[in-house]
Design a protein around this ligand. Structure first.
Ligand SMILES: Nc1ncnc2c1ncn2[C@@H]1O[C@H](COP(=O)(O)OP(=O)(O)O)[C@@H](O)[C@H]1O
Ligand SMILES: [Mg+2]
Length: 327
């Protein structure tokens, strides 16, 4: 870990290396890269200014700030680096997930008291890694960290690179990810407001979302897809009502309502992964709603229930919900 002397040793080594390469010509940066770099610098400055009390005098402290920040955070990221029970996060994955701005975001969430430590990874997906974290009070939280670059995106780059309309591509992509994460946070709050069973949203900073952890000390809750429920009828009705309240009250359509995105916790379903949920005025909201209902009905049928899509859809649209109030 980067304790003081180790840090000094590393930076010294780097300085020596740089000295040796000093005369080599720097490769030219493209206009986009220059824009991205300038944008990154502005963000870093704004971020550091936000950490300082009055905002003044932070400049000369900048390097020191970084140094302390990364030392603090590395101590709190022990589990993530593979010291814990999950060894699969090697240095490469670590670097992929925790780029500079992501580390700063995690640091901000830590200094705001939203989360204290990141303990170990729970799941990795194409778009995000999810980690188990702990608050100062010892409560478990789930920390979903969205990747800010991915293979899909890299494929797209070749089609738009060099097109002047897409200047500062990296920045644009990053901004899109941030918007997406804030959307997931907002959707969680909106569903929760109507008493729906989703994890409580606890905080968001750029591409990092903190929410209530669903599971116990040994493991996160299993997905509905992987469990055998005793009373499928009750679960089916509960999930149908979830869709109905979401549509009629919260005016949201989940959009990816599969048994992979429903956790089974304390003998009841908890719905996750609401980033793609759309409001009812979205042009595709009805199409998504039909798809969500179909997924649920297919699950019900696999459980041996006599259910069908047409009935379920009418239920979702018209189920009387006068008893449901905002909480
Ligand atoms: N709040 C949570 N508590 C416990 N586990 C979670 C939580 N949120 C997500 N997970 C775990 O992380 C996995 C991926 O999360 P999800 O939100 O579905 O992201 P993705 O977009 O990658 O599918 C889930 O299948 C689940 O195992
Ligand atoms: Mg998912």
């Amino acid at each position: 870990m980067a304790h003081d002397d180790h840090w000094d040793e590393l930076t010294e080594r780097s300085r020596q290396r740089r000295g040796r390469r000093g005369r080599r010509r720097q490769p030219e940066m493209s206009e986009d890269e220059v824009k991205d770099l300038a944008h990154e610098r502005r963000e870093t400055d704004a971020f550091l200014a936000g950490l300082e009390d009055g905002g003044s005098g932070y400049r000369w402290m900048k390097e020191d700030r970084y140094r302390r920040m990364f030392r603090d955070i590395e101590d709190k990221l022990q589990g993530v680096l593979g010291a814990g029970p999950f060894e699969w996060v090697d240095r490469r994955v670590f670097d992929q997930v925790f780029d500079r701005l992501t580390l700063m975001s995690v640091y901000k969430l830590m200094s705001d008291g939203v989360v204290d430590t990141l303990d170990h990874p729970i799941a990795r997906g194409k778009e995000a890694h999810v980690f188990h974290g702990t608050t100062m009070d010892g409560d478990a939280v789930a920390v979903k960290i969205f990747h800010t670059s991915n293979a899909v995106f890299k494929n797209l780059v070749q089609y738009i690179e060099g097109d002047p309309r897409f200047g500062g591509l990296k920045r644009r992509h990053r901004d899109l990810v941030d918007i997406w994460v804030r959307k997931e946070h907002r959707n969680l709050e909106r569903l929760r407001k109507w008493g729906l069973s989703v994890p409580a949203a606890l905080g968001v900073q750029r591409n990092v979302l903190v929410m209530e952890y669903i599971g116990d000390a040994s493991a996160p809750a299993r997905k509905l897809r992987e469990v055998e429920v005793e009373d499928a009828e009750t679960v089916y009705v509960a999930l149908l009502e979830f869709l109905a309240v979401a549509w009629q009250k919260a005016r949201l359509v989940h959009g990816d309502f599969s048994p992979y995105n429903i956790l089974w916790h304390n003998n009841a379903p908890v719905v996750i992964d609401v980033g793609q949920a759309v409001i009812d005025s979205h042009p595709k909201s009805r199409e998504f709603l039909v798809r969500d209902v179909t997924r649920l009905v297919e699950w019900g049928q696999r459980q041996g229930l006599d259910v069908e899509v047409a009935d379920a859809l009418v239920d979702v649209l018209e189920m009387p919900l006068d008893h449901v109030e905002e909480v």
